[in-house]
Every structure is written in C-alpha cells, then in structure tokens.
Design a protein around this ligand. Sequence first.
Ligand code: FES
Length: 142
Amino acid sequence: MPARPTPRRTVLKGVALAGAAGAGLAACSTESKLGHAEEPTPTAPVDLGAADAVPVGGVKLYREQRLVVSCPAEGQYKAFSAQCTHAGCVLDKVEGTEGNCPCHGSRFDCTTGKATKGPATVPLPEVPISAKDGRLVAGPGA
Ligand code: FES
C-alpha cells in the first residue's frame, strides 16, 4: 500500500512551531555562558558615589560596577571598563595605577586603559564620566 503524502498544511504548521521554539531559545540573558556580562560598559548612567574617593594621581576599582576610575588631576576623571578584554573576567585589584585580571594574569594601565601584560592585547574601553555635586557618574550621558 503506497504511503499517503503528508498534507502541505501539516508540514507548514510544524515549521511554524519549530520557528517559535527557536525564537524562544534565541532570547538570552545579558550574561554569557562564562558568567561574564556581555556588555563591558554600562548601558545607563551609574552613580559611583563621592568623587573624592578617587585619589588625585591614583585609581579606584569599582568592581561591582565593573569600572576603574583614575584622577590625573584635581577634578579630572577618566573611567574604563574593568572587564578584561581577553575573556571577560572583572579586574580584582589595582596596584598603583595597574589593574590585575585574576583569570590569566593580564594587566592594564588604568590611566589609559592600555594592556601592559598579556594575554590581553586590546585596551579597556573608555567610559564617559563626570563629577556632579561632588559625586561621580559614569556611563552614557555622563
Ligand atoms: S580574562 Fe583576563 S587575562 Fe584572561
């Protein structure tokens, strides 16, 4: 007995359902499989607190906000992402003005963002920052 061909409507319905399931899988969180945020810089302004927490000529790590801030001169600030450009770990400490990545040992000059020791070679992305009423705000529009 010859097999009956599958009606075209049934086939199309199956494809539509598979497509909907695929769309559901494509919707993902902002965290990668490694647990690192996929966006290395803030997507909205972040309040970092008192501006004088960053010493003149020094650097402060804001690990929770994934930022490092330097103060080259009184009232002047520069901010960079604290997410390593090698594989996305967050810097764990700053020694002098040099940030350390705990995962594979990369180091960065936190006054310029430049990688000073590999395996990372790409600089830390710069983030806009401003001081308003004695408080630091970093991120878009800062
Ligand atoms: S993730 Fe920083 S050195 Fe590899």
